[in-house]
Design a protein around this ligand. Structure first.
Ligand code: 4AD
Ligand code: MG
Length: 478
């Protein structure tokens, strides 16, 4: 028997009239004759034609949706619509039955909410097959982008004792028996007796360790899971998400923005090229979904057009201060349409404000810089005005913030002063401060939320649908 060929390769085959072995899961079996078979290598199914008159009826009965089968047969040119080749089966072997009475995935449209509950099976749908192939391409492209530029992929720790963002949203890591926690004389948990001999947590960001790497290797990037115990039940937040964090020595905020914009364009272009069928499928899916919405709420561009538009246009760059002026004067603000009115300088931007700037005002991706220091982390480089820091956030249509980054404060005195003001314990970050003592230099970096990127490229509406097994408040199933 010939070796198994994946369906993607079969469908692209220019040779016909050869014997092939194909394996996959039955999507549908109609007229006792046509099997639509899928193996996840592509969104498209191969049609397997069964010679039902000569087939064993018991076997035909077992060709149910979800069953795993192996087919040996002849690859022939197809006369049917929608495919160029099909397989005329000689023999069919059932590898794994699937009871049609019990199989949760029926050959019909299921809601995304329902599919989230059966996330272990949702990979077998067209939508999720496409999403996870696109996700894979984006991850590969991220590595390719940085590797081509000579960045070093650095593995920063998952378990740490620091809170890089200083937001207090960490998950504790402990080996204590929670019903019997050793206490100090003053009644606090005695972490000296814990596994690491100190309080530890899951990382919220690899940045601080990434900076240490950049202070020797010049350009590094991380790409790993990060964890935040923020109680945000939104379509944009996960408790466990993947982040890409480059850190570059001898680099200022402008270089940083240029790198981030180039990265986004590179990976989007890569997916558009590598995953044409998947993105075309997702584009159609979104069009269908948008038909449910009133006309004025539908997007002006299709998914493919939106992605292409992103590649063809420079991102708009402006300061936070300029953005506040625009928002203050905006129609929704004057008509009190914002849930959080924009009153003046200093307030944090809500996603409704970010989306107004991107979707209504500039109608393209936007990079905001120089935010008030009060709403940003301690490590950002302070501007001479004493009020703002060299921060940059990239805002995307339909997403809001997709990238957050900054030039870093490399001046020891300024950094220590800011840490004091913000009650960041300097003793615990002695190693971070050491890089400012020995050979400090201008440097910058950013964090790209990987799931927000996948959300944008797939046109999905909920971040829980672009990671295989989402973690969010009250959910850690699978
Ligand atoms: O803006 P954030 O918090 O920045 C940092 O963590 C910096 N240390 C990055 C750096 O400069 N190296 O997070 C960066 C990005 C956000 O822009 C967003 O895309 C994503 O991470 N992100 C989340 N994605 C999903 N769920 C969450 N709860 C997220 N929080 C942040
Ligand atoms: Mg941020």
């Amino acid at each position: 028997m010939s070796q198994r060929i994946k369906i993607k390769a079969l469908l692209e085959s220019t040779t016909t009239d050869i014997d092939v072995t194909v394996k996959g899961w039955v999507r549908t079996f109609r007229n006792n004759q046509f099997i639509a078979l899928n193996d996840g290598s592509t969104n498209n199914n191969i049609q397997v034609v069964v010679d039902f008159e000569n087939a064993n009826p018991a076997l035909l009965k077992r060709l149910t949706t979800g069953a795993a089968i192996s087919v040996f047969g002849r690859l022939v040119a197809s006369l049917g619509k929608g495919q160029t080749v099909e397989v005329k089966a000689h023999t069919i072997e059932i590898l794994g039955d699937s009871d049609p009475e019990k199989y949760p995935l029926q050959p019909k449209k299921h809601s995304l909410e329902f599919l989230r509950e059966i996330a272990h099976l949702r990979f077998r749908t067209n939508t999720f097959g496409a999403i996870f192939r696109v996700r894979n391409s984006l991850a590969y492209a991220v590595h390719q982008f940085f590797q081509e530029k000579g960045f070093v992929y650095l593995h920063t720790p998952i378990i740490t004792s620091s809170d890089a963002e200083g937001a207090g949203e960490t998950f504790h890591v402990t080996n204590f028996d929670l019903l019997n926690i050793p206490k100090t004389d003053t009644g606090e948990a005695d972490y000296k007796q814990d596994f690491f001999g100190r309080a530890t947590n899951l990382t919220v960001s690899g940045q601080l360790e990434g900076e240490l790497g950049a202070m020797a290797l010049s350009d590094i990037y991380t790409f790993g899971p990060t964890f935040r115990a923020e109680n945000s039940n939104t379509t944009r937040h996960l408790a466990e998400f993947w982040m890409i964090e480059p850190e570059m020595a001898f680099c200022d905020l402008v270089d940083n923005m240029d790198t981030a914009e180039a990265l986004l364009k590179y990976v989007i272009a890569y997916a558009l090229d590598k995953n044409k069928d998947d993105i075309e499928f997702l584009t159609q899916r979104l069009l269908e979904e948008e038909k449910q919405k009133p006309q004025q709420e539908r997007s002006e561009m299709s998914l493919t057009e939106k992605l292409q538009f992103c590649l063809d246009n420079d991102f708009e760059r402006l300061t936070y201060t300029e953005a506040i002026e625009i928002l203050k004067e905006s129609t929704p603000n004057k008509k009190k349409k914002f849930q959080y009115p924009v009153e003046g300088w200093g307030t944090d931007l809500q996603s409704e404000h970010e989306r107004y700037l991107v979707e209504k005002y500039f109608k393209k991706p936007v990079i905001l810089t120089d935010y008030p220091k009060e709403i940003k982390a301690f490590y950002m480089r302070q501007n001479d005005d004493g009020k703002t820091v060299r921060a940059m956030d990239i805002l995307f249509p339909g997403i809001g913030e997709i990238v957050g980054g900054s030039q870093r404060e490399e001046r020891l005195d300024k950094l220590e002063q800011r840490m004091d003001e913000m009650n960041i314990p300097k003793e615990e970050l002695w190693w971070y401060l050491d890089t400012r003592r020995f050979g400090a230099c201008e440097h910058a970096g950013f964090g790209l939320g990987f799931e927000r990127l996948v959300l944008f490229v797939t046109g999905m509406g909920n971040i829980r649908d672009v990671i295989p097994f989402p973690r969010f408040p009250k959910n850690a199933e699978f």
